[in-house]
Design a protein around this ligand. Structure first.
Ligand SMILES: [Zn+2]
Length: 559
């Protein structure tokens, strides 16, 4: 410890406690671009509240330990501010903690150590000093406590007054969304509510049936493949205009059908993948817990279904929707996506079923990128394992681009495998779950899953491929895919497209939302599931600032 715990008085301990809690509050006030007087209120209210809180017990060490949840919020918030550059802890972040696996977490934490060191240096000594004070029964003087309580209460009320006088009428929303730690606490509540719904999914969806039928049954074998990409943004694909040769193999093909105008419904894996697997619209989030997903749909239509995943089961919605598949295979280390292709090839050879669905859940471009591809794909160098800092952006980008290069190889291998099955009616659709920020244009934005959305987190890579036999049998669907190359869409289209590709009908399938249908009709609005699981119209989403809107426009994505 830098200072002897005994030399710190109870008064100083309280001040240090309040200062440590105020650290994220001050950073948020600088990073959030909220109106000036709202920012002032969002600093003054916590300052008063924390001061009042610190004065509640004579033993200030006790209040520090009672305030452990506040310390946790503050430390977590500081780490996320380091990672994302802004934004309060979202409900998705709490759920990400529950749904990530130790290897993933280790890869990320190992590379954001400056932030971890900072929170350890700030908060652990505080807890230690408080512990020593409790043991030594050190007390704050009564008069000081009263003074602190009065100052805290006055400051808090002054903050409330500033907020009310700021001229904003949505005070409740400001408290819920802008005032730390009230907003983080609210988001924790949202996360707990979601976790409960996930826990009860098996009961809430038990009686659900798609009432599906397979309307076109060709005499040949049928195989459909859904490849779920991971953190694969369109802007880093050569096929979608990136200047680097990240798709050397797919670029040579003349039988691909690109979908170049798709945005994701959510920038967090644990939300976006279930939405890809489900028929529910972005605006029907609660319905997600009552309906089954793609495996159940194809089961009803008489298919043998495979869910082969390179990501670990997390007990979250992805696994709950996947568990209806007849065959569920989770890959072991090293989690390279070619393992999925090997498992699929093996199943095609060994399984005599006439109708098969494969869902391949890749690891794609999930951080840490350098671990996602074998060394022979390290074409963009240096791609060293480096800490997450803006100054390392070039190496981080190189590694990310190499992971796209590997995805190019994996998709080409999947297509080649399917193409070699002569006389089989086969179609594949690839769609990434969300994109990724890579310190683009020098901004402090990295990764995905941040509450404030960016172009790069939303615009994802997607494409389809059809075998010669499929093209012969379903030429109108293939032609529709070509026509729909640049129509606006969200990942909502994927479920309906895959079902339509396989000629499956159900009251829950919308042909007008299928990208292989000439009647495709997007409507007028791009929806997005925000941090509170409410569908927001992207063109009105206040989290997208003007600079980001320019980036969307630059890449041809109309909000
Ligand atoms: Zn993801």
């Amino acid at each position: 410890m830098f200072l002897s715990a005994r030399r710190i008085t109870p008064k100083h301990l309280s001040y240090i406690f309040v200062a440590a809690l105020m650290l994220p509050v001050v950073i948020l006030a600088l990073s959030e671009h909220t109106p000036f007087w709202v920012s002032v209120a969002c600093v003054v209210m916590p300052l008063g509240g924390y001061t009042l809180f610190a004065s509640l017990a004579r033993r200030s060490g006790v209040m520090v330990w009672i305030g452990l949840p506040l310390i946790f919020f503050s430390a977590f918030q500081v780490v996320l501010l380091y990672l994302f550059g802004n934004s309060v802890i979202a409900a998705d972040m709490f759920l990400n903690i529950l749904t990530t696996n130790p290897t993933e977490a280790g890869e990320l934490l190992g590379n954001i150590y400056p932030a971890l060191v900072a929170v350890v240096v700030i908060y652990i000594p505080l807890l230690w000093v408080a512990f020593v004070h409790i043991r030594k029964r050190r007390l704050m003087r009564h008069r000081l406590r009263v003074k602190m309580a009065a100052a805290g209460a006055t400051t808090f009320l002054a903050g409330c007054l500033v907020l009310v006088l700021s001229g904003r009428y949505d005070v409740g929303r400001i408290v819920r969304d802008e005032l730390f730690p009230a907003n983080a606490t609210y988001n924790l509540g949202v996360a707990i509510s979601e976790a409960r719904k996930i826990k009860h999914f098996n009961e809430s969806s038990a009686n659900f049936r798609f009432r599906a039928s397979h309307t076109a049954t060709p005499k040949c074998r049928e195989i459909y493949v859904l490849v779920i990409g991971e953190a694969s943004r369109a802007a880093s694909w050569q096929l979608f205009g990136y200047e680097r040769a990240t798709n050397p193999l797919l670029s040579r093909r003349d039988d691909l059908y690109l979908f170049d105008n798709i945005t994701t419904q959510s920038n967090a894996t644990h939300k976006s993948v279930p939405l890809l697997l489900s028929s529910v619209h972005t605006s029907q989030h609660d319905e997600l817990y009552r309906r089954k997903g793609i495996p159940a749909l194809f089961n009803e239509a008489g298919f043998t279904t495979y869910f082969i995943s390179n990501q670990q089961p997390q007990g979250a919605m992805i696994d709950l929707l996947a568990c209806d598949a007849h065959h569920i295979i989770y890959m072991d280390s090293p989690h390279l996506d070619m393992q999925l292709v090997g498992a699929m090839r093996h199943a095609i050879k060994e399984d005599a079923s006439q109708k098969i669905l494969f869902i391949l859940h890749t690891y794609g471009s999930h951080y840490s990128y350098r671990h996602r591809y074998p060394r022979e794909f390290a074409r963009f160098v240096p791609d060293n394992e480096v800490s997450v800092r803006r100054r390392n952006a070039e190496m981080i980008r190189n590694a990310y681009d190499n992971s796209i290069l590997y995805t190019d190889f994996v998709l080409n291998e999947i297509i080649s495998s399917l193409d070699s099955l002569e006389g089989t009616s086969t179609a594949m659709i690839y769609c990434a779950d969300h994109g990724e920020d890579l310190f683009d244009e020098g901004k402090r934005r990295f990764l995905h899953s941040s509450p404030k959305v960016t172009y790069h987190q939303l615009h994802i890579a997607s494409l389809a491929w059809f075998s010669p036999t499929y093209r012969e049998l379903f030429s109108e669907k293939v032609e529709a895919a070509a026509l729909n190359k640049s129509v606006p869409a969200t990942t909502y289209a994927v479920f309906h497209t895959l079902a339509d590709m396989a000629s499956i009908t159900s009251p829950y399938i919308e042909p007008r939302s299928s990208l292989v249908n000439t009647y495709y009709d997007f409507g007028a609005v791009r929806y997005y599931l925000n941090g509170h699981n409410r569908a927001v119209k992207l063109n009105e989403e206040i989290g997208i600032d003007q600079e980001e809107r320019v980036t969307f426009a630059h890449y041809g994505i109309k909000l």
